[in-house]
Ligand binder design. Structure first.
Ligand code: HEM
Ligand SMILES: *[C@@H]1O[C@H](CO)[C@@H](O)[C@H](O)[C@H]1NC(C)=O
Length: 405
């Protein structure tokens, strides 16, 4: 049943709603229109428990509520469908900043009847035990007339898991509102929030209570897009120029520098976003290791190239032939350069996989990269042949000149 349906259902139950409103309600119930979510909170007297009830569409990777002002000082309850897609997993998490919150094993949560997935709604009816005072150095839930609360939803990626420590993505939207937790303190639990939703306080609706903030990860997008441009556009151009314009080596010096700067510019946001997620914080994923390794090799080859051109230039100035080792140094520079390109192509693919891109994006990248390779290899081979022939001709002319001198 969609929200509209539920609303009609509520209207038809108007009398019951009235009756239930008349009954002493100690829960604070909120309605968040942007995500069709109902949140109810009750603080039972005589314990440090928190009763919570959340009804939310099941198409978000997760829905989370938090007790506090910011990620760093809030207890967050992250909820997602269980592995079989029928139940709910509620994971209590803490964070030290604006980074992926970490499951906190010491916090106990019980789920009650009514919890589960039904009609594309995820419903969590639970109790967080002793969660009002988690102890020194951890956030506590203060019952004031305007206690800060938070709300967030993940992207529409399926995370059906029983793992309380399941990895989650950065939210697509988050918001902050205040709850009257004094009024929410008392007996009676969370009540029947779905049927009393008409009396819920609407929050995060763009009014004085604040609104949902749409969140996007610009640094991640920049990281991906810049690397794609670097490998599929800048690198091929540079490789062709290096192969075809050997007489004007300053041209390759320029495009090579651009290529290197592009990669540096693409890497920096990648390093910055690495701290956001638990799996990337230690730079141990294949993508990060390969990416950093490739960068180190590339930096070496950048300076190698500068050194090589200095050697050639100095020899020319003195009117000498460059040292005998120069062709070998140049060959290493060329072959390692090609290797770097291959490593970048692979690293990009691993990055797309790490960021859990849809299969279509992965296939698109593979097709594009494959296309560039298939196009470039024969072109490059042709350039190389032409260059070789030109060189042979030059040599022949040199020999002729030597004979007739
Ligand atoms: C992988 C998981 C998460 C990551 C990487 C993440 C990251 C971030 C970042 C970078 C910001 C700052 C956004 C900006 O200034 O534009 C932020 C803010 C916020 N996040 Fe998260 N977040 C995650 C999970 C959660 C969860 C589970 C909640 C639970 C309610 C939450 C609630 C909030 C709220 C309320 C804000 C605004 C207040 C603040 O800056 O702390 N986040 N988050
Ligand atoms: C939530 O759980 C409590 C405690 O078991 C129960 O009394 C209540 O009826 C449940 N609420 C809903 C809406 O299912």
């Amino acid at each position: 049943m969609g929200f509209g349906g539920r609303w009609l259902h509520l209207l038809s139950l108007g009398i019951i709603v009235q009756l239930q409103l008349a009954r002493a309600q100690t829960a604070s119930t909120f309605f968040i229109p942007d995500t069709n979510t109902i949140v109810a909170v009750n603080l039972p007297e005589g314990s440090d428990d928190v009763n919570f009830y959340v009804a939310t569409p099941d198409w978000y990777q997760y829905t989370a509520i938090g007790f506090g002002r910011s990620m760093a000082d809030a207890l967050m309850l992250v909820m997602y469908p269980s592995a079989d897609g029928k139940g709910v997993t509620v994971s209590p998490r803490l964070s030290t900043g604006n980074t992926e919150p970490v499951f906190s094993g010491g916090i106990r949560i019980t789920l009650h009847e009514g919890s589960g997935i039904s009609n594309s709604d995820l419903i969590a009816n639970g109790t967080c035990h002793s969660c009002r005072v988690l102890g020194a150095g951890r956030p506590s839930v203060e019952a004031t007339g305007a206690s800060p609360m938070m709300f967030a939803v993940g992207p529409s990626i399926v995370l059906n898991s029983d793992d309380l420590d399941a990895r989650i993505r950065r939210h697509v939207a988050y918001g902050r509102f205040t709850a009257d937790l004094v009024r929410a303190t008392g007996p009676g639990g969370v009540g029947d929030p779905l049927n009393t939703a008409a009396s819920a306080t609407t929050v995060l609706a763009g009014d004085s209570s604040g609104s949902m903030v749409r969140d996007s990860n610009r640094a991640a997008t920049a990281h991906g897009v810049l690397y794609i441009i670097a490998t599929l556009a800048v690198a091929p151009v540079d490789t062709l120029i290096a192969g075809a314009c050997r007489r004007w080596s300053w041209l390759h010096a320029f495009t090579g520098t651009m290529y290197f700067l592009f990669v540096v510019g693409a890497m920096v946001p990648g390093i910055l976003i690495s701290r956001e997620h638990v799996v990337t914080q230690q730079f141990r994923t294949g993508h990060q290791v390969l990416g950093l390794l490739t960068f180190v090799i590339m930096a070496c080859m950048f300076f190698w190239g500068i050194g090589l051109s200095l050697i050639k230039r100095t020899a020319k100035k003195r009117g000498q032939e460059p040292p005998e080792s120069t062709p070998l140094l140049a060959a290493i520079h060329r072959w390692v350069g090609r290797l770097i390109w291959v490593l970048l192509l692979i690293s990009n693919g691993l990055g797309l996989r790490l960021s859990e891109q849809p299969t279509l994006v992965m296939l698109g990248y593979a097709a594009l990269a494959g296309g560039v390779v298939v196009f470039l290899v024969p072109v490059y081979f042709f350039v190389w042949r032409c260059f070789k022939r030109q060189k042979q001709k030059d040599e022949a002319i040199h020999e002729l000149q030597a004979i007739y001198r």
